[in-house]
Design a protein around this ligand. Structure first.
Ligand code: GLN
Length: 318
């Protein structure tokens, strides 16, 4: 278990100050509207949740959450952490890494440019093409990937988590870019399953609905050598947990990953629903949420809240 000197400095007052200071930033940026259902979310929402590994002795709830910390939002690409976890659990790692790279892309999350040049092999599992490929791997592993995903995140979050079918239908109706990525990978023979079935899995995983409190709790295993502190269960082996953190630092926020590492200094994974998860190994897992995005598709106020929290509490891994 971690030394809790740093995490003790994170109290409700600090979180509230960070959220209040980010308030004016919610006027900037744009709420994603290329998925019509996401455009309906109010842009003034702000949430910050911190989950220490050792829990909070004074409370039965291991997570400290402020602002709209109990309001559910669409987790979108944050789901890519959990599907990669499922793929690693199923021990498909060796096969997976023949078909997906482990390099930063330096391009937007939905970019197609490198995919043709690199013969249908996505740069990493966190850009859209890579996550669609992971969905293909899970579909090929034989079981029901969405059922497995829902039960994994529900166990980790300590709550019943579900797919928001309205968001999933909205994504499926407008997912032209993702279809292009998938068919291009199919044409190279890297994606092997039935394309529309694989896309269906991908659209559903992105449409999981969770709160910042639930996401902070559900990702603690990544800060804890793969072990979920709530249950003591080994979700991943320590090496795979470390590998996911490494990939998050390099590629979890797409073409802003370098700036995130420089400005914030912890592994992060974002989604276009405005959520960002941050992992501080051996200490805490964090989730910030605010719907309006910057030009790189990362939550503008969420990014500012993470930067401020990490600098004020000394949580950077560097
Ligand atoms: N579902 C979104 C998409 O495919 C996920 C992207 C994201 O959250 N960055 O475009």
């Amino acid at each position: 278990m971690p030394s809790n000197e740093t995490t003790e400095r994170i109290d409700r007052q600090l979180l509230q100050e960070v959220v209040e200071r980010a308030g004016p930033l919610t006027a900037d940026g744009e709420v994603a509207d290329y998925i019509p259902a996401l455009a309906e979310v109010a842009r003034d929402r702000l949430a910050l949740a911190v989950a220490p590994l050792a829990g909070r002795p004074e409370s039965a709830d291991p997570v400290l959450a402020v602002g709209a910390g109990d309001e559910a939002f669409s987790i979108q690409s944050i789901s890519k952490i959990f599907t990669l976890t499922l793929a690693m659990q199923r021990n498909v790692g060796a096969r997976l890494w023949d078909r997906v790279g482990r390099e930063p892309s330096g391009d937007p999350f939905n970019s197609i440019v490198l995919l043709e040049r690199e013969e249908g092999v996505p740069r990493n599992p966190f850009i859209n093409a890579g996550a669609i490929l992971v969905a293909d791997v899970l579909a090929g592993a034989g079981d029901d990937p969405i059922g497995a995903l829902v039960s994994l995140v529900s166990e980790l979050a300590g709550a019943d988590i579900a797919v928001d079918e309205r968001v999933a239908a909205s994504e499926a109706a407008t997912g032209y870019r993702n279809r292009s990525l998938a068919y291009l990978m199919r044409s190279f023979g890297n994606l092997v399953g039935e394309v529309e079935h694989v896309l269906d899995i991908y659209f559903q995983q992105c449409s999981l609905s969770m709160t910042a409190r639930q996401l902070a709790r559900a990702t603690r295993y990544l800060a804890n050598d793969g072990i979920d502190p709530s249950t003591g269960r080994a979700v991943l082996d320590p090496l795979d947990a470390r590998r996911i953190n490494a990939l998050m630092l390099m590629a979890g926020t797409y073409d802003a990953a370098g700036a995130f590492a420089y400005e914030i200094g912890i592994p992060c994974k974002s989604g276009v629903g405005g959520g960002i998860v941050g992992i501080v190994p051996d200490q805490v897992s964090i989730c910030a949420w605010s719907p309006a995005l910057d030009q790189t598709g990362n939550s503008l106020a969420g990014r500012a809240m993470l930067a401020s929290l990490v600098s004020r509490s000394g949580l950077s891994v560097f």
